[in-house]
Design a protein around this ligand. Structure first.
Ligand SMILES: C[S@@+](CC[C@H](N)C(=O)[O-])C[C@H]1O[C@@H](n2cnc3c(N)ncnc32)[C@H](O)[C@@H]1O
Length: 295
């Protein structure tokens, strides 16, 4: 999958009722991808996402970013694997609520997804919401009508099991305001391509969540390595619970000098003493001793 835009192959998903009840997102849709190098290997991908996905504290994250980048004139936010745009919209609403006068320096967010269908949904400016989404929006945002409007339009996403009436009687499509929509650029791209093409202005926030858990160990390691190479010191990365649970990403980020500061949030910190440095110090000591003892 690295370096290529692969076309998703639609999986005919028949889900049981108990699986459906687990659906909490603004969409619940699965597809399979084929590994270009190995046509017989398939892996299952999900486009599931939601507003205020609760594997991070959005308030703590936004306050951290505002403080961390307070001296920066411009902050570049990248959101690969953006799905229908829910998390980019969540972040913009939080930034506007907590630091409205400086909000422009974070915009536009550059977002991408590999899946054509979910990108079509993201570009529509429509968001499907469950009751849970709407409760989270109302508890976090004082006046959410500044950002989201009622609409009679319906967003239908291919193979989205939340479309089914029996599983989602309370779902509603909302329309994001032009201001919110224009704050994000959605493009079809592979996350590795996006990262490879990125030129860091020393203030990058990379929001790449709940996709690494679908990748191979080699790809996850490559992601950490690429992030280290492409992002300047003090850049921030946020991943998801799904990524931490299913991969060694924490270990790889540590190895590449990213320091954990909040749940799922890491800062590139070249000064922090990492395992690699400790090992290097040990080897240097060893070499000095070896040389000394040879006299
Ligand atoms: C489970 S969703 C996560 C959405 C969102 N980031 C979140 O945490 O709620 C994973 C998304 O990653 C996308 N994706 C999978 N592989 C990708 C790749 N190589 N590059 C970009 N997007 C990818 C999928 O199409 C899907 O929309």
């Amino acid at each position: 999958m690295i370096g290529k835009i692969s076309q998703p192959l639609w999986a005919n998903q028949s889900r049981t009722n108990s699986q459906r009840q687990l659906s909490f997102g603004s969409n619940y849709r699965a597809y399979s991808t084929r590994n270009a190098k190995d046509p017989y290997s398939y892996s299952l991908m999900e486009t599931t996402t939601c507003m205020f996905r609760d594997d991070i504290s959005w308030i703590a994250l936004t306050k951290f970013l505002i403080n961390h980048f307070k001296k920066a004139e411009k902050v570049q936010i990248l959101n690969p694997a953006c799905s229908d745009g829910s998390e980019a919209y969540t972040l913009i609403m939080m930034i506007k609520e907590l630091d409205n006068k400086n909000s422009q320096k974070y915009l536009p967010i550059k977002a991408c997804d590999i899946d054509e269908e979910i990108l079509r949904a993201a570009n529509s400016g429509l968001i499907k919401t469950t009751k849970n989404d709407r409760i989270k929006i109302q508890t976090n945002i004082k006046d959410f009508t500044k950002y989201l409007k009622k609409t009679n339009e319906k967003l239908n996403i291919l193979n989205d099991t939340l479309c089914e009436k029996d599983s989602a009687p309370n779902n509603k499509t909302l329309k994001v305001t032009d201001e919110l929509k224009n704050s994000v650029e959605f493009k079809r791209n592979d996350l590795f391509n996006m990262l490879r093409g990125h030129k860091d202005n020393a203030n990058t926030f990379l929001m790449c969540r709940n996709v690494l858990g679908h990748l191979t160990d080699r790809e996850v390691r490559r992601f950490a390595e690429l992030a280290h190479k492409k992002l300047d010191n003090k850049s921030v990365i946020v991943i998801g619970d799904f990524d931490r649970k299913h991969t060694d990403i924490e270990h790889y980020l540590r190895e590449y000098n990213f320091k954990n500061v909040l749940r799922n949030v890491y800062v590139k910190d070249e000064k922090s003493l990492q395992f690699g440095d400790i090992l290097q110090d040990y080897l240097n000591d060893y070499r000095v001793q070896a040389r000394t003892s040879s006299f």
